[in-house]
Design a binder for this molecule. Structure first.
Ligand code: CTP
Ligand code: MG
Length: 386
């Protein structure tokens, strides 16, 4: 059996992505989407040739890309048409294999394994589509009104590759064009002939990059890390020891002969962390958000303030990556309290405790912390776009 021909449909305008260019050429994780997709097909043993279908003005750029990345299986670059179906038809004219795997350039997370499974299935059954069961409850609606809830047990979201015996998909395309029939995928044209189309299990990762948020998902999945900047903030706070006060550090009551002076519960650790997080988001400091002239904050648990800070940064579109704090004092020793502090802080920040670090140090009896006059805390926090 000859190897399969892969048709890569890359002739759309990419309007919904809003980059002003054909999205196949948009860079994600260091290279154009088309290059990611081609490299998966290039690695497929069952694929003998690859035909790229792209817009007339992009043919040169596609050729340059193939040369730059050294894709040796690309045997042709042909011009697309107005609709995707028109584009695929042009590609079919150039394909020479017995099996044709049709794939959207905009699905760069396709895997070698899925392509090979789909080629095997098409060889056996004639036609197959990659598909995954729908996740959401599906309703039909007219205008603003729900009409009914659809039984989703038989519903699938259909992806590409869609793979066919070449003779069958050509016959299906000829019939569709003879009847002036257009559909949104290739298999629909085969279904119209009354031929069987099999389902192969696709993957929820095999998304079609359509909107800007899809691009962010692709960036992470393709190993490019987070697209949005990471922000770092720094915080520092000091409170003096005071008689007849509970000592609160990191949201935990510490057994000690004195507490810390302050308007709230004077939790120096939580204050430094709150300032670090607000600083990372460039949203001021705790003094601005919770002025100590405001009686509402008198004696308040600083865990509540930290939760509120988390809410403020979340509203601005940020979420906590990690926090690291150093508590500076000669006494008390804090190490036995650290696990509980991490739990309390993590809970206030809706984060996992393994992203929260608390350390203790002394200043070798130097300075005000060394003389036991108070406790200082330094913290850094990092945020990423939620
Ligand atoms: N496609 C194509 N020829 C067309 C239209 C689309 O080859 N005339 C390709 C796209 O390049 C894409 C795939 O078909 O890889 C799926 O289409 P879609 O996600 O709709 O891409 P675009 O049409 O580029 O995007 P938009 O609809 O947002 O403009
Ligand atoms: Mg489109």
């Amino acid at each position: 059996m000859t190897k399969a021909s892969a048709l890569i449909a890359a002739a759309g305008a990419g309007e919904r992505l809003g980059k002003g260019i054909n999205k196949a050429f948009v860079e994600v994780a260091g290279k154009p989407i088309l290059a990611h997709t081609l490299s998966v097909f290039e690695s497929c043993k069952a694929v003998g040739e690859i035909i790229i279908i792209t817009g007339e003005p992009d043919i040169e750029a596609a050729g340059e890309l193939v040369g730059r990345f050294g894709f040796s299986k690309v045997s042709g670059i042909v011009a697309g048409g107005v609709q995707r179906q028109d584009s695929v038809r042009n590609g079919l004219d150039a394909a020479t294999g017995d099996i044709v795997a049709i794939h959207d350039a905009a699905r760069p997370m396709v895997t070698v394994e899925l392509i090979e499974r789909s080629i095997e299935k098409a060889a056996e059954m004639g036609a197959c589509v990659a598909a995954v069961p729908v996740i959401d409850t599906i309703k039909s609606a007219r205008g603003d009104d729900v009409v009914s809830t659809v039984d989703r047990s038989e519903l699938y979201s259909v992806q590409t590759p869609q793979t066919f015996r070449a003779e069958l998909i050509r016959r299906a395309y000829e019939r569709a064009y003879a009847d002036g029939y257009y559909a949104t995928d290739d298999a629909a044209l085969v279904e119209r002939l009354g031929d069987r189309v099999a389902v192969v299990v696709g993957s929820y990762d095999n998304i079609k990059v359509t909107t800007p948020s899809d691009l962010e998902i692709a960036q992470v999945k393709l190993g490019g890390g987070f697209m949005d900047e990471t922000r770092v903030g720094i915080g520092f706070d000091v409170h003096a020891f005071a008689e007849n006060r509970k000592l609160m550090l990191g949201g935990v009551e510490i057994e000690y002969e004195s507490g810390l002076a302050g308007h709230s519960d004077a939790d120096v650790v939580l204050h430094a962390i709150a300032d670090a997080l607000l600083g990372a988001a460039a949203l001021g400091d705790i003094g601005r958000h919770f002025p100590d002239s405001d009686p509402a904050y008198k004696g308040i648990s600083s865990l509540n303030l930290l939760s509120e800070v988390n809410h403020i940064i979340a509203q601005a579109g940020w979420c906590v990556v990690n926090v690291d704090a150093t508590v500076i004092c000669e006494r008390p020793k804090i190490s036995t309290y650290v696990p509980e502090m991490r739990q309390m802080i993590a809970r206030a920040l809706n984060a996992s405790p393994d992203r929260i670090s608390i350390k203790g140090t002394t200043t070798e009896r130097l300075g005000f912390t060394g003389r036991g006059e108070g406790i200082a805390c330094q913290a850094v926090g990092t945020l990423r776009k939620a």
